[in-house]
Unconditional design. Structure first.
Length: 615
């Protein structure tokens, strides 16, 4: 390690004994339960993506078998859902070999059993198995940490510490590159605060973008109290560093220790990147790992930092190509939300500033793997807690399906606390989330990949009253037509964002939100509350039709972005990971499509029409 390079404080390191509190090992019963849950998710999602083909073994379609090479079969009970996916009972899973069934309880072993039909190369399989073991270790910690907690009583930034990860990805917490000590120090489920490394970065070597009216001192002040700011200023004076030449850049301690100290050693030696030390109160790691929330509830800004860790199919760096437009784009979106009545209750979590330090060598390599070009950067973004009104509560959409200690999903608990019926509650949800997403698409030609982590529900008295949107770098595209309503986009935004056909942007909503978020919410309510999914999507259809009726001037756009067509694309993310493997690429993995899915909105309207005719 280079002289003067700070290491993460020893106080952030855990005991290194095991994934449960106090270092206790994972017991056999918990290990079995966790593995069964992952196997059930893997079979369900890989069958949904048409990579596996389980078959019903009874006339009612409740008992199923997945037959694999070598005389191996997995047997289970399941219900077919409205999207065509199987809701599998994990406790029913049996692995049969040679006619002898035993409880299935080895998720990595399941991937080995299924490797032939899945077409997984040996090197890909072994690395994916590593991701599964990391996921299981994290799940064990979450299972222990979440016992007995009333999750709806916690601040949103703390709820994120016990969530289950991407519902479509069996290896939802792969975190390739992290060991146990790293999990204990930096993973959200271990609830350890992360103190940031700060460095002085030569302005000539890096890029900084601020929203109008914001100065750098405000960024530092939001992260550090007066005593820590004074200590940081003294560190700069001691090294003879002036803020006219240098900017102050926060860095994740793991990234500094494992990546920056080595890969930027030349910049450090040349005095263009100067390590200053560890400063400030701890931040709380969020679900995405690289987003850190201030532990002080008064903090206005979250900070998003580069992490060269492979998690859920992608390296979690900070891309520099969007840095220059972040504040301008999010400011433009926020202005639309503030002025357009159809977007009432919509909060845009603005990206107030961004800094990016390109690597001096990798940046010169054409088509270099993207993780080598996204190693050092920071984004300062509005914290959702700072944008809430009196009596309002925030909850990430991905948390709706999280089950509490009583086994009840949070969406069900919210419905009960609201005093509304399930369908009335859902209509509030759809009006506050699905309608704004669709309106941004139809009015302005802006399409969000609105998955469970970048969409946050705002609640008042347990009833949805708004939505907060974030992550506009890579999860936001423009239609490839020039909509007049977007004619005042700030300079550079149109040139930087991807321009995509209308069908592609519609797929963002249908797949990124409906099939990747609502599919699991409707399943949770069907399982726990017995709410038929056809009624769930009928409520969504009613809300969307009411919105369309209120905006007849957009009829042409509604035809362009038709949410009610008989079919929607089937997007496959797991098949891409297993097919591409872990080789270096200049771009993040791009999902593939399978055969079309029957559209639940179309089916719901057909059912409603048939019911009306029968009366």
């Amino acid at each position: 390690m280079s002289a003067g390079v700070p290491r993460p404080p020893e106080g952030q390191r855990g005991p290194g004994l095991g994934p449960l509190p106090g270092g206790a090992p994972v017991g056999a019963a918990l290990w079995l339960r966790l593995n069964r849950a992952v196997i059930a998710k893997a079979i369900s999602e890989l069958a949904f993506e048409e990579a596996l083909a389980p078959e019903p073994t009874d006339a009612a379609g409740t008992r199923w078998a997945l037959r694999l090479p070598g005389g191996v079969a997995y047997r289970f009970t399941a219900a077919r859902r409205i999207w065509g996916n199987l809701a599998i009972d994990p406790e029913s899973l049996l692995r049969e070999e040679g006619g002898r069934p035993v409880p299935a309880g080895d998720a990595p072993g399941f991937l080995v059993d299924a490797r032939e039909p899945l077409g997984i190369a040996p090197d890909t399989l072994c690395t994916y198995v590593q991701e599964l073991y990391s996921t299981l270790a994290a799940d064990a910690r979450i299972a222990a940490a979440g016992e007995g907690a009333d999750l709806l009583a916690l601040p949103e930034r703390m709820v994120q510490q016990v969530l289950d990860g991407h519902p479509k990805a069996p290896a939802s917490k792969g975190r390739i590159g992290w060991g146990l000590a790293d999990f204990e120090a930096y993973a959200p489920e271990f609830r350890a605060g992360v103190r940031l490394v700060w460095a002085a970065a030569d302005r000539a070597a890096c890029r900084l973008t601020l929203e109008p009216g914001l100065d750098e001192a405000a960024l530092v002040a939001d992260a550090l109290d007066p005593a820590e700011r004074a200590r940081l200023a003294q560190a700069c004076r001691t090294r003879g560093l002036g803020l006219d030449r240098f900017l102050l850049l926060p860095i994740h301690p793991w990234q500094w220790d494992r990546v920056i100290a080595f890969q930027f050693a030349g910049e450090i030696a040349a005095g263009r990147l100067v390590p200053l030390g560890v400063f400030g109160s701890p931040f709380l790691p969020q679900q995405s790992l690289r987003t850190l929330a201030g532990s002080d509830p008064a903090a206005r800004l979250d900070v998003k930092l580069a992490l060269t860790v492979l998690n859920t199919s992608a390296w979690r760096g900070v891309p520099g190509k969007y840095m220059a437009i972040g504040p301008a784009l999010s400011g433009w979106l926020a202005e639309r939300a503030a002025r357009d009545p159809a977007l009432a209750g919509t909060i845009v979590l603005r990206e107030r500033a961004g800094a990016f330090y390109p690597h001096p060598v990798h940046e010169r390599v054409a088509d270099a793997p993207y993780q080598h070009r996204e190693m050092l950067g920071a984004i300062w973004r509005d914290a959702v807690a700072a944008r809430l009104g009196a009596g309002e509560q925030a909850l990430m959409m991905g948390a709706l399906t999280k089950r509490g200690a009583d086994g009840r999903p949070l969406v069900s608990a919210l419905v009960a606390r609201s005093g509304l019926g399930a369908e009335a509650w859902l209509e509030h949800l759809f009006a506050r989330v699905a309608v704004p997403l669709y309106h941004f698409l139809c009015r302005y030609g802006v399409g969000f990949v609105a998955h469970g982590q970048n969409v946050t529900l705002v609640l008042r008295d347990a009833v949805p009253c708004g939505v907060a949107l974030k992550d506009f770098q890579g999860d936001c595209d423009l239609v490839d037509q020039d909509f007049p309503e977007a004619g005042d986009l700030p300079e550079g935004v149109r040139e930087t964002l991807l321009r995509r056909p209308a069908a592609h942007l519609l797929q963002h909503l249908q797949t990124g939100h409906f099939a990747s978020v609502l599919r699991f919410v409707s399943d949770a309510l069907a399982q726990h509350d017995g709410l038929p999914e056809i009624r769930f999507y009928a409520a969504l259809a009613r809300v969307l039709r009411r919105y369309q009726a209120a905006h007849p001037d957009l009829a042409g756009r509604f035809a362009l972005f038709d949410l009610f067509a008989p079919t929607v694309p089937r997007v496959c993310i797991n098949r891409v990971r297993l097919a591409l493997g872990y080789g270096a690429s200049s771009q993040r993995p791009v999902p593939r499509t399978g055969s079309p899915l029957l559209n639940p909105l179309h089916r719901a309207e057909q059912a409603a029409a048939a019911g009306a005719r029968a009366q």
